[in-house]
Write a protein that binds this ligand. Structure first.
Ligand code: SF4
Length: 705
């Protein structure tokens, strides 16, 4: 084949929420990989830049790396064997129907993912509520940004990760980056930070570790894990004391100031220093930098969010924006750096336990009536809200819990908190059905494995961290017998008596999604595939306009009014409280977990990518030299970490870039070095986010047996 004749296809990276633009073209059969990835300079978010994960994304398409044939297990404990699609689908459908008939519909559960396209997320939610009629659907995005989403809604009445385009970061006066290591997690975004600094702006990084992102900062504050709520209140205290409150903004565009003010005044600098370990001088410098310029942004990621008080912690950072008038104005505001590729869109279209498409509440009668009409069902037949992701996983195989689970695009054996317990729950299921592109650690436990097509093999929309709806396009046909997830849902629904309503065609699914979202907060009704292609993405909300006057989309939110009933942003009434588990005599150190540059989430794809695996071949434990000396540990020595929930081992990495009272472990690896064997499943009372970012551990030199 003459390669010059094969056109490149514009598409987007399969990994993080930046959704970098890239180009793909199919390679001749016999080539090592089926597609070639090249940069795409004209996409405005990444302007041609890709990180190593994006550059190497095609590796997971390699023959032998991914699933291409359905697999079934004939008996618990027995091996998986190859099966035909008919056999595998018949088994899956029989288990889903049989469990519902025998134990009740809510004994069937569905667990989705933040990497699924909007069309898949939408149809997975519909499949749960219409074909299975179970309330029990949730997704792994609950573990990602749900605390920020709840805080966003509390404050502004609407949750969109960034209420402004990422490019605005380059022109703001100061960015406070809280618990984000974007230099590792989304490297192309660093250029906006550098441009902001070149324009005279400053960067403050809040992180217990001196990460590569903290190395870029004009000021790095390193609070103890789980104390950044107190840190934010201490900064607000100084804003008030030093006369930096924007009284006109507070009076005209906010509500709830007096309670927030009182809480901040109770967190005086010396008290905050005692709680967080951040010196008063550092607090003062942060306030100077944030208030010196006329504009500023506070961006959070998993650090403040993955806590059992994540909603309150994010609320405290939003309070700082509101008090200084840095919200609802050009080049200012609060934003969440969503993690997963479709962490944003994945939460808008109905795979969350409490939501219907368009960000509608499943408990709202008007919302139920609208969606039921689009779906052609009686609103009274739609289930109510189900339980959150961790609660769903914790119910598996238990009395009264979920007994058959359909899992699409998630790997909770590695990524869930208290993962040892979650794994034993999964093993107790009557039937586990997994749709995935690779035989992940969770898929390896399944009774039925359905091989999914990958990003380069299917078309569909994603919504990036800015709320920009973009289009991924197929470059090659699915390998082997792999099918798209939409095709799989269509086939399962047909076997459950729903011949119609579950289109395998993505554009048809998107057309229905638009109708279901119309009038909701995340209104996509004015967006279609042709428009996305022509405009390099469209920002929601984008209601349907007239043919000659289409709605332009909404790159910037809240400039005139916030989305609350009275148009005012709401201060959060929050105070410091300890983490769910604090160090004590038995478990004397903080553990915090996170990500590394060359791996992504549970590592199911990136651990199968040779180039990435060479760069980051395994877990490690970061610890301070003083702690290493106290423990008698040398660089590279095997360490055993123990918490109340489990044990993990990994080699020591000694660095001054971490607090002496804290150890860090990345969570991408399974088995003995699974960090989530240790993490705490304490949940935020509102978002139901588990406390991945802080728990108590004991660290010892590993005893070799
Ligand atoms: Fe992909 Fe994210 Fe890397 Fe961009 S930054 S190439 S979207 S993993």
């Amino acid at each position: 084949m003459n390669q010059t004749a094969v056109p490149f296809v514009d598409t987007h990276c399969p990994y993080c929420s930046l959704q970098c633009g890239m180009r793909l073209r199919g390679l001749p059969s016999g080539a090592a990989l089926p597609v070639e990835v090249v940069e795409r300079p004209d996409f405005p978010v990444n302007r041609g830049a890709l990180c190593g994960k994006g550059h190497s994304a095609a590796a997971v398409l390699a023959p032998g790396t991914r699933l291409t044939t359905p697999l079934v297990r004939d008996a618990k404990g027995g091996p998986l064997r190859e099966a035909t699609w008919d056999e595998a689908l018949d088994r899956a459908a029989a288990a889903l129907a049989g469990t519902g008939e025998r134990y009740g519909r809510d004994a069937v559960g569905v667990f989705g993912g933040g990497a699924l396209t909007n069309e898949k997320a939408y149809l997975l939610g519909k499949f749960a509520r219409v074909a299975l009629r179970t309330a029990n659907i949730d997704y792994n995005g609950r573990f990602c940004m749900s605390s920020a989403a709840a805080a966003h809604r509390n404050a502004f009445g609407l949750d969109r990760g960034l209420p402004f385009p990422l490019a605005d970061v380059a022109r703001t006066g100061c960015v406070i980056l809280v618990g984000s290591n974007l230099a590792d997690t989304m490297p192309p975004a660093v250029r906006y930070i550098r441009e902001m600094q070149e324009n005279g702006g400053s960067l403050v990084v809040v992180d217990p570790r001196r990460t590569r992102t903290a190395d870029l900062a004009d000021l790095h504050l390193a609070p103890a894990p789980g104390t950044d709520l107190a840190l934010a209140l201490g900064l607000l205290h100084l804003v008030i004391a030093d006369g930096h409150v924007d009284a006109a903004f507070v009076a005209s565009r906010t509500s709830g100031w007096e309670a927030a003010r009182a809480a901040a005044m109770a967190h005086w600098p010396e008290r905050v220093e005692a709680i967080t370990g951040v010196p008063v001088a550092g607090l003062r410098r942060a306030v100077e930098l944030f208030t010196a310029a006329g504009s500023g942004m506070i961006l959070t990621a998993r650090g403040p969010e993955q806590q059992s008080k994540g909603v309150d912690t994010v609320g405290a950072w939003i309070n700082l924006c509101l008090a200084t008038g840095r919200a609802g104005r050009p080049l200012s505001g609060y934003g969440c750096l969503t993690g997963q590729g479709n962490g944003q869109g994945g939460r808008e279209h109905g795979q969350k336990a409490d939501q219907l498409p368009g960000y509608r509440s499943i408990s709202d009668p008007a919302a139920r009536a609208h969606v039921a009409e689009v779906w052609g069902v009686d609103a009274g037949d739609l289930p109510g809200p189900g339980v959150s992701a961790y609660e769903l996983l914790d119910s598996l195989g238990t009395e009264g819990g979920v007994r058959t689970l359909l899992l699409m695009g998630s790997n909770p054996v590695v990524s869930a908190p208290n993962a040892r317990q979650v794994t034993s729950r999964i093993e107790a299921l009557d039937t586990l059905i997994v749709c995935d592109v690779v035989l992940s650690e969770t898929a390896a436990l399944a009774d039925v494995v359905l091989p999914s097509a990958q990003w380069a093999e299917e078309t569909g929309t994603m919504t990036n961290l800015e709320g920009r709806v973009i289009l991924r396009r197929a470059a090659v046909a699915p390998a082997g017998q792999a099918r798209t997830d939409l095709h799989i849902l269509h086939d399962l629904a047909s076997r459950l008596g729903h011949e119609k309503g579950f289109p395998a065609d993505p554009e048809e699914a998107f057309t229905e999604l638009r109708a279901a979202s119309a009038g909701g907060q995340a209104d996509y009704s004015g967006i279609d595939y042709a428009r996305i292609a022509a405009e390099d993405g469209v920002f929601w909300p984008c209601p349907a306009g007239e043919d000659d006057a289409p709605h332009p989309g909404t790159p910037r939110l809240f400039l005139d009014r916030f989305a609350t009933p009275d148009g005012r942003a709401r201060f959060a009434d929050v105070s410091h409280r300890p983490a769910g588990e604090e160090p004590d005599a038995e478990y004397p150190l903080y553990l915090t977990t996170g990500r590394v540059l060359a791996q992504y989430q549970s590592g199911a794809q990136t651990r199968r990518t040779p180039e990435l695996n060479r760069a980051a071949p395994g877990a490690f434990v970061e610890l301070h030299p003083r702690l290493a000396e106290r423990l008698g540990v040398v660089e590279g020595e095997a360490l055993a970490l123990t918490s109340r929930r489990g044990r993990a081992t990994a080699p020591a990495r000694i660095t001054t870039g971490i607090r002496p009272d804290t150890v860090f472990m990345p969570f991408h690896w399974p088995g003995e070095s699974r960090a989530n064997s240790l993490t705490n499943d304490a949940l935020d009372p509102q978002s139901r986010m588990p406390e991945f970012k802080v728990c108590a551990v004991r660290v010892e030199r590993a005893v070799r047996v």
